[in-house]
Design a protein around this ligand. Structure first.
Ligand code: SF4
Length: 189
């Protein structure tokens, strides 16, 4: 899949915070292991620095953000960069859903932190699958509509053309009679 079609994942930078580290670990898990063909990572730091490539990647894209605290830097920055938030995740909420995985550590996460990151990454991967499924359903609907429209237009061109005679009757035109097997006379009186 081309990069433009991939879902953009933006984790918060959260340097020095355990939940920030979990957000980045989860993002790497998604783009490197779980859904490398459907998702790509855009670092928050690049957006903050105003990097053109990062801003272009986010602008007009469907993005999933992962924030380490309620300041929600990743979500705010993606919005400011013109991106659409398909889903915003907060690590604290993920912890509430997976209380067995208690994270600790900053530069390096403990086992609980890694497990929490992985559980969150699995949730994000499932969300990406849902988004891609909806996208393909929309594409199919568009194709069906175009086919119906084409069939309708063709049926219109198959109809005989009519013309009014001097007696006021409406008859198929000579050209149409040639192309229609059994033209029907239409009494206009
Ligand atoms: S969301 Fe919180 S943890 Fe993440 S970068 Fe912002 S302040 Fe730091």
């Amino acid at each position: 899949m081309s990069d433009e079609k991939k879902v953009v994942i933006v984790p918060c930078s959260g340097i020095g915070k355990t939940y920030g580290t979990v957000s980045r670990e989860a993002a790497y898990d998604v783009v490197e292991d779980l859904r490398p063909d459907e998702a790509r990572l855009v670092p928050l730091s690049m957006l903050v620095l105003g990097d053109e490539g990062a801003r272009a990647a986010v602008d007009g894209s469907q993005a999933i953000t992962i924030d380490g605290c309620k300041l929600a830097c990743a979500t705010k920055m993606v919005r400011d960069s013109g991106g659409t938030i398909a889903r915003d995740y907060a690590v604290l909420d993920a912890y509430r859903r997976h209380k067995a995985f208690k994270p600790a550590g900053i530069a390096e996460l403990n086992e609980g932190g890694l497990q929490l990151a992985h559980a969150l990454a699995e949730e994000i991967a499932a969300e990406i699958d849902k988004m891609k499924e909806e996208e393909s359903t929309d594409d199919t609907d568009d194709t069906d509509l175009r086919q119906e429209e084409a069939t309708f237009l063709k049926s219109k061109t198959d109809l005989p053309q009519y013309q009014q005679t001097t007696t006021g009757k409406i008859l198929p035109s000579v050209q149409s009679v040639k192309s229609v097997d059994s033209p029907t006379e239409v009494d206009h009186a």
